[in-house]
Design a protein around this ligand. Structure first.
Ligand code: BTN
Length: 252
């Protein structure tokens, strides 16, 4: 599979000194691998692609299954120091959606949707490094995208595929399309936080003005993301800003 590693490197390295691209045929999980490396002190900016993951992970301890050749699974690891981390996965979603297609929608906090079906997901993890008291963070931004149609068996949300809107899309071309804007997004987020992404998120919000059910039992109507990236849900008790990443939300 041609992952266009050289072209990706050429597009991204001017923005990120020391950047490397690595493509491996198989890994348990690109997120797990970059987190392991970070814990051993390997903190260079790295884009790691796996042609196949044997233990891909999603949010809330779920697994992420993808078929070799039919998906793009990669993680970007880099030191990141925003003053506020809230809304990072939303900003990443905005960047991906803008790079991919006008019809791609975002489902708070980190799913990409097409017509109510799941096109992809984002899993962000961080590792601390440096002196206690001056600790810095290495962020691992993991992205899984369905490129070709796949079976929906065992999935909570039926799957969508990028080829529905980009016929003939190949994993390497898709990576080349999203990588440089993603790095620019992370750098903009580091400086300005989520606020500049709020309107773009809300324009693509799949839950906007829809009845939603939260996993903590709350029900209401979704009203987009706040300036800090919280999901605003109007319930019988008033407006709630849902921030906990432990809460999942689905259309009621
Ligand atoms: C979700 O939908 O809950 C997030 C899915 C994230 C999947 C990607 S695939 C590349 C990276 N490595 C992983 O193990 N997970 C992320």
């Amino acid at each position: 599979m041609d992952m266009r590693a050289e072209a990706v490197w050429e597009a991204v390295s001017p923005l990120l000194p020391g950047f490397t691209v690595e493509v491996l045929p198989e890994l348990d999980s690109t997120n797990s691998e970059l987190m392991r490396r970070a814990r051993t002190g390997l903190l260079d900016p790295t884009l790691l692609v796996a042609e196949r993951q044997t233990a891909g992970r999603g949010r809330l301890g779920r697994d992420w299954q993808s078929e070799s050749g039919a998906s793009l699974t990669f993680s970007l690891g880099l030191p990141l120091a925003p003053s506020d981390w809230s809304g990072l996965s939303l900003a990443v979603g905005v960047s991906l959606a803008d790079s991919l297609h006008p019809r791609v929608q975002l489902k708070w906090p980190n799913d990409l949707w097409l017509d109510g079906r799941k096109l992809g997901g984002i899993l962000i993890e961080t590792a601390s490094f440096g002196e206690v008291g001056q600790a810095r963070r290495y962020a691992v931004v993991g992205i899984g995208l369905n490129i070709a149609p796949r079976s929906g068996e065992g999935l909570a949300t039926p799957p969508a595929a990028l080829r529905e809107v980009l016929p003939g899309a190949e994993a390497g071309e898709v990576l080349l399309r999203v990588a440089q804007p993603l790095v620019q997004t992370l750098q903009a987020f580091e400086t300005y936080g989520f606020a500049p992404f709020q309107a773009r998120f809300n324009a693509r919000d799949a839950l906007r003005e829809r009845a939603v059910q939260l996993s903590d039992g709350t029900a209401g109507t979704a009203h987009g993301a706040s300036e800090a990236g919280a999901l605003l849900v109007h319930t019988a008790g008033g407006m709630h800003a849902v921030t906990s990443s432990e809460v999942s939300v689905r259309p009621a």
